[in-house]
Design a protein around this ligand. Structure first.
Ligand SMILES: *Cc1c(COP(=O)(O)O)cnc(C)c1O
Length: 397
């Protein structure tokens, strides 16, 4: 029996335990200590971000963003439906309504050409999600936001260290949110960060993040006691996690390079199947540099996807599908959304399969995955339908 190829396996860079021990020895294991400072410095410099604050998750960073915007019940926030629940939760829990727009068939990112039509008098913000670490069409999104006076919050959970037009994802909107969850490229168990891309949010972000107090100003000697100043929460990342994260950030180059190799092997090996129109491969627009967060394929139909999924499972390979579109979920439906509202989202969600992807996957393991996909698709090719989505990816128009 072949050994199991998991979908994901957390990567340990090597010095994590060493740095955690160091944090313990230094005596500060809560937040904003030495390792937090070092992580922030690396990222601020590398990503050209005005100010980064580490948070316990990307979910927390998105929630902090929603609090910083002072959203009111009845406000509307434009976002894709093809995303993780946290994107919508963060704004919905402030009473705002997520307004879902469809995605592009080529990148599976929010279709920027549909954003303007979704704007109403109640719209306050746009939340582009950079799926798979490939940038949304930020030029147009930022132009529209400017025209209507809207805020832009990037959900860059998957986009750490990826670029759009030579700028790092997370640094382009008013605010950007990163994730260091163990399923992402750079990890610390659970963790995240918020990018504050202008000075206007900095003071209040510190207060909201530290239980609504001005403790930060107190530590800096700016006030002689700290007190309750705002309705905040506890959004500081523990030093233990920061120490872990620091070991990963030191390995930026290696992690990047390895993921690119894994991605390229899948892409090149599966190219003939795309040419035979048996599946479709992911697209990276020319002005984007991906961080190769994941590798997915789009099959011609849900039936073929589900068939391939169970075939791979029988072969001890864990491939997985991804989001259930939020507009079709029980919560999504409370805003009146129905199946059929967002055809590209629904089609892609039904046809997408993510392949095993992690730092330590071997070439042999990848070849096993590729061989089994070939075997399944060419073996049953006569029965496969060919999807219309294969004919006109948006980037070719
Ligand atoms: C992973 C992810 C999140 C949540 O990140 P956490 O750090 O687990 O809270 C949010 N949005 C997207 C698009 C994600 O992929």
């Amino acid at each position: 029996m072949a050994s199991l190829i998991p979908f994901n396996k957390p990567f340990f860079a090597g010095k994590e335990l060493h740095y955690i021990a160091q944090a313990v020895t230094l005596g500060n294991i809560s937040g904003d200590g030495d390792f937090a400072r070092r992580c922030v410095e690396i990222m601020q410099q590398r990503f050209h971000v005005h100010k980064i604050l580490l948070t316990p998750s990307c979910t927390a960073a998105l929630e902090l963003s929603a609090m910083l915007l002072e959203l009111q019940p009845g406000d509307e926030v434009i976002m894709p439906s093809y995303t993780f629940v946290s994107t919508a939760n963060a704004f919905a829990r402030m009473g705002a309504k997520p307004v879902f727009v469809d995605i592009r068939p080529d990148t599976l990112n929010m279709d920027e050409r549909l954003v303007e039509d979704a704007i109403t008098e109640k719209t306050r913000a746009i939340v582009p999600v950079h799926y798979a670490g490939v940038g949304c069409e930020m030029d147009l999104i930022l132009t529209i936001a400017d025209k209507y006076g809207l805020r832009v919050i990037e959900d860059a959970a998957q986009g750490v260290n990826a670029q759009y037009q030579n700028q790092y994802l997370g640094s382009l909107g008013d605010l950007g949110c990163y994730s260091f969850h163990e399923t992402k490229n750079f990890i610390c168990g659970e963790g995240g960060a918020i990018c504050l891309n202008s000075e206007e949010f900095v003071d209040r972000a510190h207060v909201l993040r530290d239980k609504g107090t001005n403790r930060q100003a107190f530590f800096q000697g700016l006030v002689d006691k700290y007190t309750w100043c705002d309705i905040g929460s506890s959004f500081v990342l523990s030093e233990l996690n920061c120490a872990f994260l620091y070991a990963q950030l030191e390995m930026f180059g290696e992690i990047n390079q390895k993921r690119q190799q894994i991605y390229e092997l899948y892409r090149q090996s599966l190219q003939p199947l795309e040419e035979a129109q048996l599946l479709r491969l992911p697209r990276i627009p020319e002005d984007c540099v991906s961080n190769h967060h994941m590798f997915y394929v789009l099959l011609p139909s849900r039936a073929v996807r589900d068939g391939l999924l169970s075939h791979l499972k029988q072969q001890q390979i864990s491939a997985v599908f991804h989001y259930i579109p939020l507009h079709t979920s029980p919560v999504g439906q409370t805003w009146g959304y129905r199946e059929g509202d967002l055809p590209v989202t629904e089609h892609c969600a039904a046809c997408l399969l993510r392949l095993p992807f992690y730092y330590e996957i071997s070439v042999e393991e990848q070849k096993r995955v590729i061989r089994d996909i070939e075997h399944y698709l060419t073996g049953s090719a006569r029965h496969l339908e060919k999807s219309t989505l294969f004919e006109t990816p948006a980037e070719d128009s």
